[in-house]
Design a protein around this ligand. Structure first.
Ligand code: TRP
Length: 445
């Protein structure tokens, strides 16, 4: 008996909140600003936006469609759709690899989320207030070199995630996002306002939106595409798993545009909450993962209201991380439930595996970096490529038309074309490019 089949979100809005909650996370607030900083700003932002539009949105529609049509966890959804289409059982592997990718992401994600939790308390204690920059920098260094400290916060965050997932789809995840997401939006608006008043807003705007393509490397294009997948939670079945609980048969297109617009808008707002403060304090935007944990606290320490707004900022980050991490575990839990396990032990088993990996990435920086690079830049794009090929080429057009709830017409045609041609070709080009194949060819002729 398919236990998941009868469960749905309370309404289409709860689905939008849950999917947006999954999408909006450390990717938007921690990663996006720092990779934008590292890759020179405007031109990178433009490539990222193009990837969202031409690859991310089409793949997201395909993922939700596959989940809703299969009405099960990603593995079983892919299996049953493939069977109905006369395809191979191997398509189930897309769901299986995705499940593993979710746990792998969680293995570094909850470490960073743990840092954010620590910073809520650190900022609120006022110890940064007026502190010299070296001291704030040293604090982050000390946190990174203390396995014990990180272990505490990583464990706390893992436990929070597991308790939400264990409580179930409607009572746990649905309830959580209905509270967390509006809170997140209010916090962010307050912080952008603060940054506009106290920061160098125009320098921030210039940095994020002046396009200078000479500063864009081939690797930056790969990072932009990988990030488009990461930030929309695509390529591993998270959104497919959530799609399985999509109530009714409404059109998926508009829903996805709403989610993508919220995700992109929030990433850009996070940039606008940070860069003006960075520039107002004569700090540099390109200093990498420490941007949020060093540069920003230095900025807050110099400013009036910095204790309050700094704490608010890290609370925001923690909330965003929590509504995302639950979607990293959910696909695996849904799969175990379908195999007859109960939800609570499933959650704690998978959560425990992710937690153990997290301990390894705390201790070995190389594990942390490898997990991040491998998932975002390789596994998610390949997962997305396979999902695009499956829905675009393996399923019958008639089935796809019916299951998306799109009525045909130009919107459907545009989406279908992007999914079949542009998304797969785009993903392949970016891959080959990053492997240096084009420069090798160029050298040859
Ligand atoms: N999208 C989240 C972020 O930007 C991270 C995330 C949650 C994710 N679930 C995912 C990424 C599934 C890839 C796949 O922080």
């Amino acid at each position: 008996m398919n236990q998941a089949a009868s469960i749905t979100w309370k309404s289409r809005w709860t689905f939008i909140l849950a999917a947006t909650g999954s999408a909006v996370g450390l990717g938007n607030i921690w990663k996006f600003p720092y990779i934008t900083g590292e890759n020179g700003g405007g031109a990178f932002v433009l490539v990222y936006l193009a990837c969202i539009l031409c690859i991310g949105i089409p793949v997201m529609i395909a993922e939700i469609m596959a989940g809703r049509a299969g009405r099960s966890d990603p593995i079983h959804s892919m299996l049953s759709l493939s069977r109905d289409a006369g395809g191979s059982r191997a398509w189930g592997m897309v769901g299986a690899v995705g499940m593993v990718a979710g746990l792998m992401i969680m293995m570094f994600y909850s470490v960073v989320a743990g840092w954010a939790l620590e910073y809520v308390f650190q900022s609120a204690s006022g110890s940064y207030n007026g502190a010299p920059a070296e001291e704030i920098e040293a604090h982050f260094g000390n946190l990174l070199s203390s396995d014990g400290q990180q272990l505490i916060w990583h464990s706390l965050f893992s436990l929070l995630t597991a308790s939400v997932v264990a409580a179930g789809v409607t009572r746990g995840i649905g309830k959580a996002v209905e509270i967390l997401m509006p809170l997140l939006l209010v916090f962010l608006l307050v912080l952008v306002g603060y940054s506009a008043i106290n920061g160098n807003f125009s320098a921030g705007l210039h940095f994020m939106f002046d396009t200078d393509f000479s500063r864009l490397s081939g690797n930056a294009v790969l990072i932009a595409m990988g990030h488009a997948f990461f930030t929309l939670s695509l390529g591993m079945g998270a959104i497919m798993a959530y799609g399985a609980y999509f109530p009714g048969h409404a059109s998926i297109g508009k829903t996805v545009l709403t989610i993508a617009a919220l995700d992109t808008g929030i990433a850009l707002m996070a940039g606008m909450a940070m860069f003006p403060l960075v520039f107002a304090n004569d700090l540099t935007p390109g200093q990498g993962p420490g941007l949020m944990f060093v540069t920003l606290p230095i900025a807050f320490s110099n400013m009036s209201g910095g204790v309050f707004f700094g704490s608010l900022f890290f609370a925001l980050v923690s909330i965003a991380a929590l509504s995302s991490s639950i979607s990293l575990i959910e696909p695996g839990v849904a799969w175990m439930e379908k195999r007859g396990w109960r939800r609570v032990p499933s959650t704690f088993l998978l959560g425990g595996i992710a937690w153990t990996g997290g301990v390894a990435s705390i201790h070995y920086g190389a594990v942390f970096d490898a997990l991040d690079y491998l998932t975002a830049n390789i596994m998610l794009p390949i997962g997305g490529l396979l999902i695009a090929l499956f829905v675009g080429w393996r399923l019958q057009r008639k089935v796809v038309l019916d299951e998306t709830g799109m009525k045909g017409g130009p919107a459907f045609a545009a989406w279908y074309w992007l999914l079949r041609y542009i998304a797969p070709i785009g993903i392949l080009i970016v891959f080959l490019h990053s492997l240096g194949l084009f420069s090798a060819l160029g050298a040859l002729f």
